[in-house]
Design a protein around this ligand. Structure first.
Ligand code: ADP
Length: 319
């Protein structure tokens, strides 16, 4: 292969820039040219291409977001859109594509691979919900942002003897809620993977109050329930004022953590190696600290599983 392309797709995540940089630098190390595709699959369909040299990815390793921008482009599910994208890439002399995104983006990559154009996937999403890898790029940064925010809310919660419900991201996956709740010592953690009893939370609050706790933190993943709604239900049960904080999009931004940058570097390099070995249709991931690769299909044909041993642990530690 003499020329490959790279794009970012779906929800952005801190560390995507570090992954783009790694793809470009690793490819150039092997004398391969890299074309950046702007706006995900929409740009692939409309030929928004730019040759990325070594200097063009300088000074981005520490930046959040994605230099190539991201987009959602549902039209790309149609075969004719995919064939046109392949045609455009071939006209440019591009022979392989690295897709940085979530499992939705992987579907597009698999479609192209099945149509004869080799693609490799790099997991980039703060939700950590790509099956087949223990971690995705962006999760560690988002987690640290959330924990820092909870710590700050805890300071005021303690001063005013308040109980706080904090809503964090995670529509289907509870990883952010689970890990941040555990890291910040939350009293209760609500995740989409586990059902909950409102009475259980109330009991925990009352037990805490009885032994003189000055504050309580309840973490709820957005996919479980709106934070304000949960606070209202708890107020009705306890008669105590409960405050709510919805962290929102700050969770998606910021400079990537060292861990995410290193992961992005390792993933980007392996993705290039796979294309140079003519191994399309693969996704890179990490398991037991080792970088691995596996069939792209595994990522969207199986369901992500959060580490529920952490859920059990959080219940034991927050008595
Ligand atoms: P994520 O990659 O974060 O899961 P999405 O599910 O929104 O995000 O997918 C991102 C983009 O991937 C979509 O907007 C679309 O362009 C492309 N895509 C998703 N599913 C398919 C599919 N079945 N076939 C082709 N392209 C797809």
């Amino acid at each position: 292969m003499k020329k490959i392309a790279v794009l970012t797709s779906g929800g952005d995540a801190p560390g995507m820039n570090a992954a783009i940089r790694a793809v470009v630098r690793k490819a150039r190390f092997h004398g391969v040219d890299v074309v950046g595709v702007y706006h995900g699959y929409e740009g692939l369909y409309n030929g928004k291409f730019e040759l990325l040299d070594i200097g063009s990815v300088g000074d981005i390793i520490q930046r959040g977001g994605t230099k190539l921008y991201s987009a959602r482009f549902p039209e790309f599910k149609q075969d004719e859109f995919q064939y046109k994208a392949i045609e455009l890439m071939k006209e440019e002399g591009i022979e392989g594509l690295v897709v940085i995104g979530g499992d939705g983006s992987y579907r597009g990559a698999m479609q192209l691979t099945e149509k004869g154009f080799p693609c490799v996937g790099i997991p980039g999403t703060i939700d950590n919900d790509v099956p087949g890898t223990e971690y995705t790029i962006g999760f560690d940064t988002a987690l640290n942002t959330v924990v820092e925010s909870i710590d700050k809310i805890r300071d005021t919660a303690t001063s005013h003897e308040n109980t706080f419900v904090i809503e964090v991201m995670g529509r289907d996956a509870g990883d952010i809620a689970l890990w941040s709740g555990l890291a910040a010592g939350a009293e209760s953690i609500l995740i989409p993977e586990e059902s909950f009893e409102i009475e259980d939370i109330v009991t925990r609050l009352e037990r805490g109050a009885a032994r003189g706790k000055r504050h309580s933190i309840i973490i709820v993943a957005e996919g479980v329930m709106n934070g304000h709604k949960l606070a209202k239900q708890l107020e009705e049960r306890t008669g105590v004022k409960i405050r709510t904080s919805v962290l929102g999009h700050i969770q998606r931004g910021g400079s990537p953590s060292a861990r995410d940058r290193v992961l992005a570097g390792r993933f980007g390099a392996r993705a290039v190696e796979l294309l140079l070995e003519n191994k399309g249709g693969r996704a890179v991931g990490v398991k037991n600290h080792e970088v691995i690769d596996y069939d792209l299909r595994e990522a969207f044909e199986t369901k992500h599983k959060a580490d529920l041993s952490l859920y059990t642990l959080s219940k034991e530690l927050s008595i």
